[in-house]
Design a protein around this ligand. Structure first.
Ligand SMILES: Cc1cc2nc3c(=O)[nH]c(=O)nc-3n(C[C@H](O)[C@H](O)[C@H](O)COP(=O)(O)OP(=O)(O)OC[C@H]3O[C@@H](n4cnc5c(N)ncnc54)[C@H](O)[C@@H]3O)c2cc1C
Length: 287
C-alpha cells in the first residue's frame, strides 16, 4: 500500500473544505471495505484519505413520518437489524443483510455501497424501487438527486470530487405496499450478485396503484424496468400480469457475459427474480 495522509474531520463543513482544497487527490473513507482493497491493488492512489468516522451527522438513522433518513455512513448491519427498516422498508433491510459477512456489514455503509457504484451493488435496487433521494453537500451548498439519476456509469455517480453524500432519504411506501430484494450468487455467502432485483407494489381497491422494479448487475448502472412497472399499474396483479412484467423486465437488461454468468443466463435470472419478488411484494402488500 502506498503512503497517504489521513485526515479526520469532525464536521461535514470541515470534510468539504478538505475535499475542496485537495480535489481529486483526496478520497473519502466510510467503512473502507471497497476503498482499501482498491488502494491495495493499486486501482486508486489517493494522496489524502478523509475518514468520515468522526462526523456524527452521517451516522444517524432516523425513521420519521416523512420518510426514513439514513446517514451515508450508517452500516449495513444497522439497516439489517432496525425494526422500522425491516417492517416498512423491507427490501432495503434484505439487501443490507446480504452484503458480505457480519464482519463486513459492521463496516460497510449504505453511502459507500452507492458511491462505489458497482453495477452489482446490492443496496442500490431497493433505493431505486423505493424512490429514494440522495442528499449531497459540496462547496456550492446542498442538492438533492433522486437515485434514478444518481448512477452515471460503472463506478461513476453524479458526485463531484469535492462533494459528499451525507444522507439518503427514503419516502414512506404508504399503506398496502410491500417489497422484496432477491439476488442470485453462485456461492451462498461472500459473493457478489450475478443479478439482483427489487420490487415494490402498492395496492388499492384490488388494483396495483404503483409498481417499481429495479435491477442490478445487468447494465453499467442499476436501473428501473419502467415498461414492466407500467404494465402492472392500474389493474389487478394477476399471475399473467406478473409473467408479462417479468418478460418486459428482461427487455431492459443489457447484461454482459463473464466468468460469473453468460448474458443469456443473466436474462433468465431477471425473469425468475422479477417474478419471485413481484409475488412476494404482492403478498406483503396484502394482495
Ligand atoms: C469481503 C467483501 C464482501 C462484499 N460483499 C458485498 C456484497 O455482497 N454486496 C455488495 O453490494 N457489496 C459487497 N462488498 C463491497 C462493499 O462491502 C460494499 O460496497 C460497502 O457497502 C461499501 O461501503 P464502505 O463504507 O465500506 O465504503 P468505502 O470503501 O469506505 O467507500 C467506497 C467508495 O465510496 C466513497 N464514499 C464513501 N462514503 C462516501 C460519501 N459519504 N460520500 C461520497 N463518497 C463516499 C469512497 O471514497 C469510495 O470511493 C463486499 C466487500 C468485501 C470486502
Amino acid at each position: 500500500m502506498r503512503r497517504f495522509e489521513l485526515t479526520l474531520p469532525r464536521s461535514i463543513d470541515e470534510a468539504v473544505r478538505v475535499l475542496r482544497d485537495r480535489g481529486s487527490d483526496a478520497k473519502l473513507l466510510a467503512g473502507g471495505t471497497d476503498l482499501l482493497p482498491q488502494m491495495k491493488n493499486g486501482l486508486l492512489k489517493p494522496a489524502c484519505v478523509v475518514d468520515l468516522s468522526g462526523v456524527a451527522q452521517v451516522r444517524t438513522l432516523e425513521p420519521a413520518a416523512r420518510g426514513l433518513r439514513v446517514g451515508a455512513a450508517v452500516p449495513a448491519r444497522a439497516l439489517e437489524r432496525d425494526t422500522v427498516v425491516r417492517s416498512t422498508y423491507t427490501s432495503l433491510a434484505e439487501s443490507a443483510a446480504l452484503v458480505g459477512s457480519v464482519q463486513v456489514r459492521n463496516l460497510a455503509t449504505l453511502g459507500g455501497n452507492v458511491c462505489n457504484a458497482a453495477p452489482s451493488a446490492d443496496m442500490a435496487p431497493p433505493l431505486l424501487a423505493l424512490e429514494a433521494v440522495a442528499v449531497i453537500v459540496g462547496p456550492r451548498g446542498e442538492r438533492r438527486v433522486p437515485f434514478a439519476d444518481f448512477f452515471t456509469g460503472v463506478r461513476r455517480t453524479v458526485l463531484g470530487a469535492d462533494e459528499i453524500l451525507i444522507e439518503i432519504v427514503v419516502p414512506p411506501p404508504g399503506p398496502r405496499s410491500g417489497g422484496q430484494y432477491l439476488r442470485h450468487t453462485p456461492r451462498r455467502e461472500l459473493d457478489i450478485a450475478v443479478v439482483g432485483v427489487a420490487s415494490q407494489l402498492t395496492l388499492s381497491n384490488g388494483a396495483c396503484t404503483k409498481a417499481r422494479i429495479a435491477l442490478a448487475a445487468v447494465a453499467p448502472v442499476p436501473l428501473r424496468a419502467h415498461e414492466a412497472e407500467q404494465a402492472l399499474e392500474g389493474k389487478p396483479v394477476t399471475a399473467e400480469a406478473i409473467e408479462q412484467a417479468a418478460e418486459l423486465a428482461v427487455g431492459v437488461a443489457r447484461p454482459i457475459s463473464d466468468q460469473r454468468g453468460s448474458a443469456d443466463y443473466r436474462r433468465h435470472l431477471v425473469r425468475v427474480l422479477t417474478r419471485r419478488t413481484l409475488r412476494t411484494a404482492l403478498t406483503r402488500a396484502g394482495g
